[in-house]
Design a protein around this ligand. Sequence first.
Ligand SMILES: Cc1cc2nc3c(=O)[nH]c(=O)nc-3n(C[C@H](O)[C@H](O)[C@H](O)COP(=O)(O)OP(=O)(O)OC[C@H]3O[C@@H](n4cnc5c(N)ncnc54)[C@H](O)[C@@H]3O)c2cc1C
Length: 429
Amino acid sequence: MSEPYQSPISPGRSWYEDSVPDRPRHPRLEGSVQADVLVVGGGFTGLSAALHLAASGVRVVLLEAARLGDGASGRNGGQFGTGHRVWPEDLEASLGLERSRRLFALAEEAKAHLHEMMATHGIDADYRPGQISLVHKRRYVDEFRRHAAILRDRYDYPHAAFMDRAETAERLGSPAYHAGVRDTGTGHLHPMKLLVGTARAAAAAGARLFEETPVRAVRREGGHIVAETPFGTVTADRALLATNGHGGGLNRQSAAHVMPIRSFIGATEPLAEPARVLPGNEAADDSRFVVRYFRKSVDGRLLFGGREAYSSSAGDIAGQIRRQIADVYPHLADVAITHAWGGSVAVTMTRMPYVAEPEPGLTTIGGFSGHGVLLSHFTGRLYAERVAGNRDRLAEFEDLRIPSFPGGTALRKPLLFLAMTWFALRDRL
Ligand SMILES: Cc1cc2nc3c(=O)[nH]c(=O)nc-3n(C[C@H](O)[C@H](O)[C@H](O)COP(=O)(O)OP(=O)(O)OC[C@H]3O[C@@H](n4cnc5c(N)ncnc54)[C@H](O)[C@@H]3O)c2cc1C
């Protein structure tokens, strides 16, 4: 029997890989290929762009360095959330109320788009409604109460409601948090099922998808863009770099604005008493800067994520995750963890996505800062709209003018490590 596949770009084998019914292989690129649009990166952003481009008759080639879904898209917490990584009231300070409202509306459209896309292409990704955001420090309680009211009153979003300590404990199955906000207008899903379904839909629409084909350089030749790989080249009129936290070497400008940080998830065995944990089957995340996020799978496992400066070995991840689970659910202190894995979350300075055109015809999209399950698919579609001649909606993101990280590419990692260590400490104080 052959060894189970292990992603060369992300540590640990995920429970998602073992529970997706089938994950088709795609060939390597061979020789020289022409396209209208080249997409680099086979995550949600790249595959969604490929799907929508191909569906509108554009000749599209997608190159993926590892296998489709080996990046963040096949390995994440599966939580949609609402709006952006930054609360809309916090965006108002820098962007004003009207722009913040437009961005919120765009994120709501992203939600509707995902549901419509899954329905159109018959993708069953185990979607379940409900999300609760938890307050880990008493001093944040009033902020969360205000946040639910602001969503309702200023953003016409009636689905989020503040929960006091007693209601939070009941819905969570644990007294570990002070309060929370329950959002019935969003939900969570199995990301690898969504990814495989999107890839299948893109291929059916005519996109040519290649795996295990790393792009080593992207250069201009005449009026075209040429991507070089170890096995051949792609020559295209335009290119989209959808490499997120994995593609630092391809474009300096993108690398200066988008930084990878590791996040880790553990999956327990199916719980003996699943109704004791999140009895309403919502997903949960908390108010820590180094956020903890968890939910149950449809077969009753607890999928628990956190992000710290762990080593990348799967054994270490399981031990750390088990300790975090026990903080919330002491009765699970000895639960068996069957899978432990990590991935790269790409963050930006402002925690808003980075969309830019560093040179004519070359677009880069990434840095969803832990909020890409909702936004990356839709942004891929907005890129296809831009290729078709409508720039306006992608421009909402492009006009955000995200600053680059201080310290350049050499110093920013140690600086980030220091910052994360400080914030992780602050979470505990
Ligand atoms: C552990 C974890 C938990 C997360 N949880 C959540 C969550 O609950 N909710 C949420 O909203 N977001 C979450 N995220 C973030 C979310 O997964 C991402 O925002 C989203 O998947 C980004 O999709 P993408 O297509 O832009 O990037 P990716 O899925 O990372 O895809 C980029 C792809 O580009 C490929 N690539 C890179 N360089 C090259 C090259 N030179 N040539 C060819 N291919 C290349 C990579 O191999 C990779 O497959 C999480 C991320 C992680 C890692």
